[in-house]
Design a protein. Structure first.
Length: 185
């Protein structure tokens, strides 16, 4: 297995690269000599799927076999749509509190779930597929993350009480994510 040379972190709804654990993770990964791309997704308070996908493609036009991705919440479905558009293999990805179906109570995000994702394509291009969920997530219900894990044949890591992995839930840092990544980075 080749060590990653690039990591892309995709934030979610109502968020920016400065929120939650994203900046901390960037610092941890850069200390390992890995380049980190942490794009600020457009209009995070009123996100548009076409704009988010176009922005991610512009920020990461040519990933490689040594590129890894980590996405949180709404960033996960954007990342999957991006990956489904590729024809090159990547190192792997980690989806944190991800979903591919409508999230109850968040109808403003339904437009992101209207495009069918080619899960087979996403599985075929990423050898390593990891998903993290919290059993007390108050934003994305567990069944949505578990359904996504099955669709991607991804390894599922469950945390008993991590909320939605936000700063509000105590996640300004995310050492458990680094522990998961240690076998790959």
């Amino acid at each position: 297995m080749n060590k990653p040379d690039q990591l892309v972190i995709v934030h979610g709804f109502l968020s920016t690269p400065r929120h939650h654990w994203f900046h901390w993770l960037r610092s941890q990964i850069e200390q390992q000599g890995i380049r980190v791309i942490l794009p600020r997704m457009p209009s995070p308070r009123a996100p548009n799927p076409e704009q988010w996908l176009a922005h991610l493609k512009a920020c990461v036009p040519l990933p490689s076999r040594n590129t890894w991705f980590i996405a949180h919440s709404l960033g996960c479905i954007t990342l999957m749509q991006y990956l489904a558009s590729l024809d090159i293999r990547i190192g792997g990805f980690v989806l944190v509190a991800g979903f591919a179906d409508p999230v109850p109570g968040l109808p403003e995000l339904n437009q992101f779930t209207q495009t069918c994702i080619d899960f087979r394509q996403v599985k075929d291009l990423a050898r390593h597929r990891l998903i993290l969920q919290s059993l007390n997530d108050d934003v994305v219900p567990n069944y949505l993350t578990e359904t996504l894990s099955r669709a991607l044949s991804a390894e599922l890591y469950s945390f008993p009480a991590a909320g939605h992995f936000r700063a509000l839930d105590g996640f300004n840092q995310f050492p458990a994510l680094m522990a998961v990544l240690k076998d790959y980075f």
